[in-house]
Write a protein of this length. Structure first.
Lengths: 293, 272, 295
């Protein structure tokens, strides 16, 4: 092979590589621009509406004035309800899967079950919530029904995160504890679980973020268009941020006039969800750096 | 660490269940028509101002939603911009619900087009053919050479049912019609689209859209009451049997002079 | 009670709890079928799946969901067309090419995109993209297949990207080292060695991304237009299954024909996403990359 051919072929291979890298970098750029422009538009249009009043008052004058406080509160109630259902159930299930179960058919079936549950569309959860919690169990359209529906929606997320966290605890911890004569359950409760807690926390926070942003599951199980007073029991309907955006933008009485409020609500919702996610990301990287093993 | 979490979770759960009100107030749930919604919302705000212990929970979704909720006993009042169908009343009775109608306002359904559209008048027959997809170009009805984009409501809407009944005489709307979820959404869509035609309750008309006269008659309070305008209909609130308590209070308020003034203010026609 | 007995009790209690996911999944299936099967009293299976007319509130009603199914398939196909290249290329960039600082930033960007509520994306599509589309292309409406596909792609990319990234990361470094040792450029290594090795993981990622797109509700509800007809161009409106369910669920009286038809549509949707998930699971199990210890 002459020097000429070698450098010619090399050049061509190099050019191919640079083209490819260019395309790849372009796709990364496209994604960044997508997120950037989304946030830009939301902030620019929603910023004007945000004020202390907006966040603490109820809507007035057919939603064209006033605030979104009932929606913020409703989202808070629904999310807390969801996580208080999903967290215990999910952590217990994860503990069984990682600590107790023998790898076999049943465990595989459970894992397939979890994965499939994760893939169920949110509207199907809404249908299920309506048919089961609202009608069959006669909870009616209520915080209870909505929170339960959201709870089973985020259950796979919690199970996945908890499993990851538990798997990340070094086996040596468990072995040392057992060698000292501690029972299996106590080992889990006092040694493994505390070490896995940051990971579980991160997963829960991401689950909360997801529950706060979902609309379809609460459309028929909990949400109302306009109920400005605080709910008096778990059997009441509530307003919720994602539902508020949806109804104001599609089914409201003064769609154009309430546009700034829609943007404001979107801004609050996005700030809430992204804020929650960022906290989880920060905790996670902090924990990774601080790990002592 | 765990103890802290346990306390936190317990505390939050207590907050969830017990906190919000020591007041035992009345609770009225209203669901249904988006046409009636502005009336119901303005009336709810006024009523709650003068009755501080009553909590009204209002939702839209369409007349079908409201009627279904009444049948399923999940609402006190069902807003409806159409009469209940026979199969709905049968279903209700079979579930032990006895629907009672209260006419709270008169409405006119007005066909609207974009302000740039030159067409000013359409006959009921032309409207029917447009919505069935048989007339597809504006030039066929005296406008420019542009395709007609048909915008309609989806099937939960009482406005949709009334339109189908009064204009189409039961014929099917073309499947190519764009579907919007509410009167407000139709206004928005038409205001941005010079090809489009839609229909809304008279209370939703604003400057961003142009109302078309039907058979030469303009939709007004006068013509709606006298039935000269062909697409007029009553707006209902249905209750399960005779209303009691706060529900009764609210309906009485809406039918009173103050309530009817709210109806007028929202752009609809009071019943007298 | 001895410690041993306590251990057994705890183990079994936990076992019961862990069955919860399967239990809920089973419950969902039971309910969907219980409320959906009765639609067969009103319409045959063939007419339901392949019927062209969806007029559930007319008398007599007709319950053909073929236009809805086609709507779902088309937006999923188009959004995948956009999301797969973007997602896979971004994954390649993150795992092989990007410098560490950019890598962290980009991973966070993708994670944040994943966290955006679907109603926010639907709002964006409805309020900013639709008018822009309508004016730029002089269309009858900006709520159509193109709009929905673009937004769905934004939702699917994070799924595709993060799972692909895991797959690429799992390729043993011995493969890369051998390739470089033979004189291959980075691009050639990526294209001919790493990606093929991670192909099963990437396929899983793609399938899960598509499952996400087909099941997404709020976006298609707000942005796809709502016309229950077979589209003739990508600028036409469609009515994917989740949009129809969400729009009409509120009005169908309990256990009416319409109610059953909506649950039956839910069954079809559920089965389609289930199929996607099972296929993805199968691929990831069967073609599991063995570790480098077997080399």
């Amino acid at each position: 092979m002459t020097k000429q051919t070698m450098s010619g072929t090399m050049k061509w291979r190099y050019i191919k590589q640079q083209l490819f890298f260019g395309v790849v970098r372009l796709s990364a750029l496209i994604l960044t621009i997508a997120l950037g422009s989304l946030i830009f538009y939301i902030v620019i249009n929603g910023f004007r509406v945000i004020s202390w009043d907006f966040l603490t008052l109820a809507p007035t004058d057919s939603m064209t004035k006033g605030g979104i406080m009932p929606a913020i509160l409703g989202t808070l109630y629904l999310t807390l309800g969801a996580i208080s259902v999903a967290l215990p159930l999910g952590v217990v299930a994860a503990i069984y899967l990682t600590e107790y179960a023998r790898q076999g058919k049943i465990v595989r079936a459970i894992r397939i079950g979890v994965n499939c549950l994760a893939g169920v569309p949110s509207v199907v959860f809404g249908l299920f919530g309506l048919g089961f919690f609202v009608v069959f169990l006669k909870f009616g359209s209520s915080i209870l029904a909505g929170a339960l529906t959201l709870g089973i929606l985020i259950l796979p997320t919690i199970i996945g995160a908890a499993e990851e966290a538990l798997k990340g605890v070094p086996q040596t911890f468990r072995e040392a504890s057992l060698a000292l004569g501690v029972s299996k359950w106590l080992t889990i409760w006092k040694i493994v679980l505390p070490s896995a807690l940051p990971g579980i926390l991160t997963g829960s926070i991401l689950g909360i973020g997801r529950a706060a942003g979902e609309t379809a599951p609460i459309m028929f199980t909990a949400a109302a268009f306009f109920t400005p007073r605080l709910p008096q029991s778990v059997f009441d309907e509530v307003m919720a941020l994602p539902y508020h955006v949806y109804v104001l933008a599609t089914a409201g009485t003064h769609i154009e006039q309430t546009r700034p409020i829609q943007y404001g609500t979107v801004l609050v919702l996005v700030a809430l969800v992204l804020g929650i996610d960022l906290i989880a990301i920060v905790i996670r990287s902090y924990m990774r750096r601080k790990k002592r093993w | 660490m765990e103890r802290f979490f346990r306390v936190l979770v317990c505390g939050l759960l207590c907050l969830l269940v017990a906190a919000p009100a020591a007041l035992a107030g009345g609770n009225v749930v209203i669901k249904g028509s988006t046409t009636v919604l502005p009336i119901a919302q303005a009336a709810s705000e006024a009523y709650m101002k003068s009755h501080k212990d009553v909590n009204i929970s209002l939702s839209g979704g369409g007349s079908g939603d409201g009627i279904k909720a009444l049948i399923d006993k999940s609402t006190d009042i069902a807003n409806s911009s159409r009469e209940m169908k026979k199969q709905e009343t049968d279903l209700a009775k079979s579930k032990g619900v006895n629907p009672m109608a209260h006419v709270v306002a008169i409405d006119a359904i007005v066909p609207i087009v974009n302000p740039k559209n030159k067409v000013k008048n359409l006959s009921t027959d032309q409207l029917s053919q447009i919505y069935q997809g048989k007339i597809t170009n504006w030039k066929e009805v005296g406008g420019e050479n542009l395709a007609i984009v048909v915008i309609s409501r989806d099937s939960s809407s009482g406005t949709y049912e009334s339109w189908g009944h009064l204009v189409l005489n039961g014929a099917k709307v073309t499947p190519k019609a764009q579907l919007q979820a509410s009167n407000g959404a139709i206004v928005q869509a038409i205001s941005k689209n010079r090809y489009a035609i839609g229909y809304i309750g008279i209370g939703y008309i604003n400057k961003s859209v142009k109302a078309v006269t039907v058979g030469g008659v303009q939709a007004l309070a006068k013509t709606a009451l006298s039935k000269e305008y062909p697409v007029a209909r009553p707006l209902y609130m249905y209750t399960n049997g005779a209303p009691k308590g706060d529900t009764e209070g609210f309906i009485k308020f809406l039918l009173s002079k103050k309530g009817q003034e709210i109806v007028k203010k929202e752009g609809f026609v009071p019943i007298k | 009670m001895t410690r041993h007995q306590k251990e057994i009790i705890i183990k079994n209690v936990f076992f019961v709890f862990s069955l919860i996911s399967i239990f809920i999944l089973g419950l969902i299936v039971v309910f969907l079928f219980r409320e959906g099967i009765p639609v067969s009293r009103e319409v045959s299976l063939r007419d339901f799946l392949f019927g062209m007319e969806w007029y559930p509130t007319y008398t007599p009603p007709s319950y053909g969901i073929w236009p809805l199914i086609v709507g779902s398939l088309i937006v999923t196909a188009f959004s995948s067309l956009i999301a797969i290249p973007l997602g896979v290329l971004a994954a390649i960039y993150i795992s092989e090419i990007a410098p560490p600082a950019i890598k962290e930033v980009l991973k966070s960007i993708i994670e944040l995109l994943a966290g955006l509520p679907s109603v926010v994306l639907g709002f964006f599509g409805m309020v900013i993209i639709a008018p822009w589309l309508q004016e730029t292309f002089d269309l009858p409406t900006g709520l159509n297949i193109v709009n929905a596909s673009v937004i769905l792609a934004v939702m699917a990319v994070p799924t595709i990207s993060s799972i692909s990234e895991d797959a690429l990361y799992a390729v043993p470094s011995e493969f890369k080292e051998a390739s470089y040792a033979l004189g291959a450029t980075k691009f050639e290594t990526i294209a001919r060695i790493i990606v093929p090795a991670a192909l099963s993981g990437i396929s899983t990622a793609v399938i899960l991304g598509m499952a996400r797109a087909i099941g997404e509700t709020m976006v298609v509800l707000m942005v796809a237009g709502g016309a229950a007809a077979i589209p003739e161009s990508i600028f036409d409106s469609v009515r994917p299954m989740p949009a129809s369910i969400a729009a009409e669920m509120g009005e169908a009286p309990f256990r009416s024909g319409h109610y059953h038809a909506l649950f039956a549509t839910g069954i079809v949707l559920f089965l389609m996403t289930l199929a996607f998930n099972l296929v993805a699971d199968y691929i990831s199990q069967k073609f599991k990359e063995v570790g480098s210890a077997t080399l």
